[in-house]
Design a binder for this molecule. Structure first.
Ligand code: ATP
Length: 297
């Protein structure tokens, strides 16, 4: 249940490797019972940030507070981490894997509950190396929940899954959220972020460059929607205008706050606007507006 209190507070986090500033100055709060998504292009610093928060690597500087206090030794045992590439022992079955991990904790979750929650019943006897991507992710999720954590970290939970397996996994994550657990996830999928996250923080080059609910960010950065022109539009016209534009597959995206002004300028130059469309903005538009880049999905 959400208490509107931050379960986690991060202040001025910084991580510097020899010549690389992986995380420059990240501050954020996560309210209990909500889902925060960390988004950003490759190399933005998401994994480093999350691994510092998880207490896997130390920060160069900065402070992290869990339930109002510096993280105690027990922090690692109290949180759940779904790794992207946990090496599961090939020769173990799903059930054997669950039992093996359960033995690591003094008060593990009921296995029957986890099996049902993560839809593992039909594959309990299957060996880990025979699992599909979706089945493997469901097992990794069950393992992340095995110590009854209140705070769960998911690292790109649906990467590589087909649309059905992905929707299925989202359903499970939503159920976990409905139980009152707090979730922090990294993702490259805007759709996933819009679907699961109450708040998203967009990172670029080691900093958070925007944060808010998906709806707030869309309103703040792309309230009027986005103009698209057909791919064969004569782009020489655009080079003389003060708007950034991007060529995407078979269309051209024009960036600008005031779409009426953009259309006015284009019409004034007698541009052929046949095939122009205005799309309702989504989180991907916000991301492109802020970073100038598209996310790989
Ligand atoms: P991706 O989406 O590709 O996973 P990311 O946003 O998670 O990227 P990080 O993996 O946190 O980004 O990396 C941020 C920057 O820090 C990158 O430039 C990366 O090369 C660098 N970096 C990360 N780990 C190390 C390390 N152990 N030593 C040196 N540089 C590192």
């Amino acid at each position: 249940m959400s208490t509107s209190l931050p379960i986690l507070e991060v202040q001025h986090l910084r991580k510097v490797y020899k010549s690389t500033v992986a995380v420059n100055d990240v501050s954020l709060q996560v309210i209990e019972g909500t889902c925060l998504g960390l988004l950003g292009p490759n190399g933005a610093g998401k994994t480093t940030t999350i691994e510092i928060i998880e207490d896997i690597i130390p920060p160069t500087s900065g402070e992290i507070r869990y339930r109002g206090k510096p993280r105690a030794q027990s922090f690692r045992e109290e949180v759940g981490i779904q790794f992207q590439h946990t090496s599961l022992l090939n020769y173990l079955s799903v059930l054997e894997t669950l039992k093996t991990f359960a033995k690591l904790f003094t008060d593990p979750e009921e296995l029957d509950f986890l099996i049902e929650k993560c839809q593992l019943q039909p594959i309990l006897e299957r060996r880990n190396n025979k699992l599909s991507g979706g089945q493997q992710q469901r097992l990794l999720l069950a393992l992340a929940l095995i110590n009854k954590p209140n705070l769960v970290f998911l690292d790109e939970p649906s990467t590589g899954l087909d649309p059905q397996a992905r929707r299925n996994l989202w359903g499970i994550v939503e159920e976990i959220k409905a139980e009152g657990k707090t979730i922090i996830l990294t993702t490259h999928s805007m759709e996933e972020a819009e679907h699961l996250c109450d708040r998203v923080a967009i990172m670029d080059q080691g900093d958070i460059i925007a944060d808010g609910s998906p709806a707030e960010l869309i309103e703040r950065y792309c309230g009027q929607g986005t103009i698209f022109l057909p791919g064969n539009f004569d782009t020489r016209i655009l080079t003389s205008l003060p708007y950034r534009w991007l060529k995407e597959h078979n269309r051209i995206r024009i960036e600008g706050d005031d779409i009426h002004a953009i259309i006015g300028r284009l019409s004034g130059m007698n541009a052929d606007l046949t095939g122009m469309s205005i799309g309702a903005a989504n989180l991907e538009d916000v991301f492109i507006r802020l970073t100038g880049r598209q996310l790989r999905d």
